[in-house]
Write a protein that binds this ligand. Structure first.
Ligand code: SAH
Length: 217
């Protein structure tokens, strides 16, 4: 690809996401305009930062396609006072988008090398209200629970049970539920002791892995 003007490419991507109906809320559109996706992809992919495609983050993982980040962010109904838990920091891009819309984001990443990458990317993008911790997100992050919202960005057959426990009553969780090759993007809302599920369409995410020695699901 020819070297292109990233600002123009970003505007054009955001316009496409609005036209396709993936981006709806003004605040979320603004967040997409504010966050430099090129800061979250490896240097050699910079020119592709505003294509609506997943891109490698290194170590076999991917940064989700912008339309998927847009859909998940809209489904999460972010509010200024929200404390959000993310499972799967990856590049840090999804957390960066959320950081513009909520009070704080705590993101758990299994691979310490990616956790470090995410931290560096977020710092370079000037974002200060995201904390990245290395750990197995299957257990969530009890230390800072409960959360207003939870977003899982790796595929799992079932919602990790600990996460339901760490979600506030009335809170919303989004996760790709299913096997390795195709999942159902699922919105869950905690209502007292029950969880109301809503299917939001098919998607493909890299699988949630368990820390070595723990049984995979
Ligand atoms: N949200 C990321 C994309 C995540 S890709 C972004 O915006 O770039 C999925 C990520 O989940 C990968 O980085 C992978 O290492 C991580 N992951 C896989 N299993 C995990 C687990 N059990 N706990 C936490 N993170 C996990």
């Amino acid at each position: 690809m020819m070297h292109m003007n990233l600002k123009y490419a970003k505007e054009s991507m955001v316009n496409d996401l609005v036209r396709a109906g993936h981006l709806r809320s003004h605040a979320i559109i603004r967040a997409f305009m504010e966050v430099p996706r090129e800061a979250f992809v490896p240097k050699r992919y910079r020119d592709y930062a505003y294509m609506d495609e997943p891109l490698p983050t290194g170590w076999g993982q991917t940064i989700s396609a912008p339309h998927m980040v847009a859909m998940m962010t809209e489904l999460l109904e972010p509010k200024k006072k929200d404390k959000v838990l993310e499972i799967g920091a990856g590049s840090g891009y999804q957390a960066a988008i959320l950081s513009k819309l909520v009070k704080s984001v705590l993101s758990v990443e299994l691979d310490s090398r990616l956790a470090h990458t995410a931290e560096v990317n977020l710092k370079n993008a000037g974002i200060g209200n995201v904390r990245v911790v290395t750990g197995d997100g299957w257990s969530g992050y009890a230390e800072e629970a409960p959360y207003d919202k939870i977003i899982v960005t790796c595929a799992t057959l079932e919602m990790p049970p600990a996460l339901h426990g760490q979600l506030k009553n009335g809170g919303i969780a989004i996760a790709p539920l299913g096997g390795n090759f195709k999942q159902m993007l699922t919105r869950m809302e905690k209502k007292g002791s029950s969880i109301v599920h809503r299917n939001e369409g098919g998607c493909v995410f890299v699988p949630l892995r368990r820390r070595q020695g723990t049984k995979s699901v």
